[in-house]
Design a protein around this ligand. Structure first.
Ligand code: CMP
Length: 368
């Protein structure tokens, strides 16, 4: 019965669904959120003529209708409505759709109603893949970041206590209690240094110097943890992409998962435009290539030979140590996986099966 209903509504339903999966729709929604932000920001400039502020209100109201329609259409086209509503993306869409109607219902003035629309920034987050990367890095590195955060709090409390002991008799109004001294401690430890509060005693200044240096050290540590987390996550993504491509190459299907993983770690994906010369005859060979997608033409003395997905070239120079025996050109846009000579040698030494596959496949690929 449910299948019957789905089949009956399918053409229009599918068309609508495709609309929401399309990149243009996401770009439109992203652009609408950015326009909304601009209207909110400009709308706070009281010096502008009244007509400009009215225009900002009109933009916010118009975009609110747009987000409400977008939410309703999305709700109508998703397969699992409740899952969507409870999901992170569903919540963002719901907030974006309801925030301005809520402000209007609450009787807020246009200026406040516009301010609430700042929450549309969540839409920008929704459509920016880099934020997903940041989220993953924070989750992965949570433990290390927390340790650095704990060290930060410990130094903060110790320095506020120390400065309270050293300065309370000289400046009782600003260092009269540990909570008072905490303001100085955070401003000093983050090396912000407003200069509104500073120690007067020599011992107090000495302690301040130590706090500043430890602040720099802790931030450097924090930055190091994050940089390492980003590098690791990007490497992981690159590995997954290479793994996917390598696992699809038929010649590797005979090899075990551990060799595929090893190869995937070493291959570097490269996009080559149509007509590009990838290797030239007579050149010294520094790498071999696997065709993941597209097609290349090997210009041999016996005429051109075309190689497609799953095939490879450039191994002869690596195996024999002689210069390239042919020129290879991309006939259309290609995605290649490059294996550098040093990695090729290491792989050949550690996985003789892989070397055998390359030699055998090479012989089959180019008889004679
Ligand atoms: P290499 O000599 O390193 O660089 C050019 C590559 O073209 C060569 O390795 C082979 O991989 C490939 N090649 C040469 N001749 C042929 C052929 N007849 N058929 C397919 N590929 C070839």
């Amino acid at each position: 019965m449910a299948d019957e209903v789905a089949r009956r509504r399918s053409p229009a339903f599918e068309r609508l669904k495709r609309l929401f999966e399309r990149r243009e729709e996401r770009t439109l929604s992203f652009g609408a959120a950015i326009l909304g932000m601009v209207a909110v920001v400009v709308g706070t400039m009281r010096s502008l003529p009244e007509s400009w502020l009215d225009a900002c209100t009109a933009v916010v109201l118009g975009l609110s209708v747009f987000f409400a329609l977008e939410f309703l259409l999305r709700l109508a086209t998703v397969e699992r409505r409740l899952d969507y509503l409870l999901s992170y993306y569903g919540c963002i869409d719901l907030v974006a759709a309801l925030i301005v109607p809520f402000a209007l219902a609450a009787g807020l003035l246009p200026a406040e109603e516009r301010l609430l629309a700042m929450l549309w920034i969540l839409k920008v987050v929704r459509y920016t893949p880099a934020f997903a990367l940041i989220g993953r890095v924070l989750r992965n590195e949570g433990q290390s970041l927390l340790s650095v955060g704990a060290a930060f709090v410990i130094v903060l409390l110790l320095s506020a206590t120390g400065e309270y002991l050293l300065e309370r008799s000289v400046q009782p109004d600003v260092f009269g209690s540990i909570p008072d001294a905490l303001w100085w401690a955070i401003v000093t430890q983050t090396t912000t240094g407003y200069g509104d509060v500073y120690p007067h005693t020599a011992a107090g200044r000495f302690l301040a110097g130590i706090v500043m240096v430890s602040g720099i050290g802790l931030f450097a540590l924090w930055a190091g943890v994050l940089a390492n987390g980003f590098a690791r996550e990007l490497r992981r993504q690159e590995f997954l992409r290479s793994w996917d491509l390598v696992a699809r190459l038929p010649m590797f299907s005979r090899l075990g998962a551990s060799i595929i993983a090893e190869v995937a770690h070493l291959l570097k994906a490269e996009d080559v435009p149509a007509g590009a010369r990838i290797v030239s005859q007579g050149q010294v060979g520094d790498s071999m290539f696997f065709v993941a997608d597209g097609e290349v033409e090997v210009r041999t003395s016996r005429g051109p030979v075309r190689l497609g997905p799953g095939e490879f070239f450039g191994e002869v120079a690596l195996l024999s140590g002689r210069p390239r025996n042919a020129t290879v050109v991309a006939t259309r846009r290609c995605r290649l996986l490059r294996l550098d000579v040093a990695d090729f040698r290491n792989l050949a030494a550690s996985s003789p099966e892989l070397l055998a596959v390359i030699e055998q496949h090479g012989a089959e690929q180019r008889p004679g």
